[in-house]
Design a protein around this ligand. Structure first.
Ligand code: UFG
Length: 327
């Protein structure tokens, strides 16, 4: 297939691009490099630097795309509470412009990066796709708006749409000479921040809140290895059905408190990892754990690296070899 990958210079988009190319697809990457990195771009993919708002310049009827994988987005739940307008403009308005281009060019299928953040504080764990959507942060709201638009688009115009709702993505893709991983700047995610402490770039790990209704008072998250997540996109592409919007959760099905994550980082790195409790971060749900049963049964997806230990091991290998060694 000929595929457009928006956000193909980012953490997840670059790994999916690599896998698509390895599977024999042709890939064009559209990325504005605002948060993506040119070092993550696959040399065999055509690269267009630009915003999704201008996707119509790339997705022309003549270009003959068979599908779009839409990753490009702002992703910080905390920041989205302080600068909501940025998130609505970038994530929602940008995606609607992309959908206009997809419709005009009659591109048959689209796979969208949705998020567990659409569920807010769930009433039941693990979370199924049928759970109520009530985001607690603007980031989740902007993604949910796109999910709803995709449902309409599929019903009204026949698009084959799939939303993949990611839980907390971790780890790196390390295969031969390929090393792709997380390089957010500024970094806001728990595991890479903990690795900053291990590497001596920060003094201690701040844990945001220890008075949540969880086993040790810190938030619970479900971590998924980025390579497992990426493989699900290739399955979703072939599972997309014209006129349907299919939604799948992607997580490992087990929750870890922030303190437990810190323990695994200590175990993997051998570093004492000093921790300090800080106030809650605005918009954080207490616990998010996926039921990924639907992805298993309908997509035939099975995670190959479901343990947090594996994820932190790969994240640390990437951090040590690609970030520390080269800085
Ligand atoms: N946390 C800390 N200290 C830090 C950073 C994070 O205690 O320095 C805590 C957060 O408060 C939260 C947990 O670690 O309780 C995980 O936070 P992350 O920022 O790593 O991830 P989020 O759960 O906020 O969000 C991530 C992605 C979203 C996605 C969501 C789905 O960034 O895009 O997972 O669960 F929607």
């Amino acid at each position: 297939m000929k595929l457009l990958v928006t956000g193909g210079a980012g953490y997840i988009g670059s790994i999916v691009t690599r896998m698509l190319l390895d599977a024999g697809h042709r890939v064009v990457v559209l990325d504005d490099l605002r948060t993506g990195h040119s070092v993550a771009l696959a040399p065999e993919a055509e690269f267009v630097q630009g915003r999704v708002h201008d996707a119509a310049e790339v997705i022309t009827p003549e270009a003959g795309f068979d599908g779009v994988l839409h990753f490009a987005a702002l992703i910080q739940a905390g920041e989205s509470m302080i600068k909501p307008e940025l998130y609505w403009q970038n994530n929602t308005v940008g995606s609607l412009a992309l959908l206009d281009a997809v419709r005009a060019a009659k591109v048959p299928r689209l796979v969208f990066s949705s998020t567990a953040a659409v569920y807010g504080n769930p009433t039941e764990l693990p979370i199924r796709e049928t759970a109520v959507t009530a985001p607690t942060n603007t980031y989740g709201s902007t993604k949910l708006a796109v999910d709803l638009a995709l449902t309409s688009e599929a019903v009204a115009h026949g698009l084959a749409a799939v939303s993949l709702r990611y839980f907390n993505v971790a780890g790196a893709y390390l295969a031969g000479s390929v090393a792709l991983g997380e390089r957010h700047a500024p970094e806001t995610h728990l595991i890479p921040i903990a690795l900053d402490v291990v590497a001596g770039r920060r003094e201690k790990l701040q844990i945001f809140g220890d008075d949540y209704p969880t086993s040790d008072g810190t938030c619970v998250r479900d971590y998924i290895h980025v390579a497992d997540l990426a493989r699900a996109h290739l399955l979703a592409l072939t599972a997309a059905r014209p006129g349907e919007h299919r939604v799948f959760n992607l997580g490992s099905g087990s929750g870890f408190t922030n303190r437990q994550v810190a323990d695994v980082v200590r175990e993997v790195t051998g570093h004492p990892l000093p921790v300090e409790v800080a106030p809650r971060r605005e918009g954080d749900p207490a616990a998010l754990v996926a039921s990924a049963d639907l992805a298993r049964t309908e997509l035939g997806w099975t995670p190959e690296k479901p343990t947090l230990h594996d994820m932190v091991t790969d994240a640390w290998a990437f951090y040590r070899d690609q970030i520390l060694e080269r800085s």
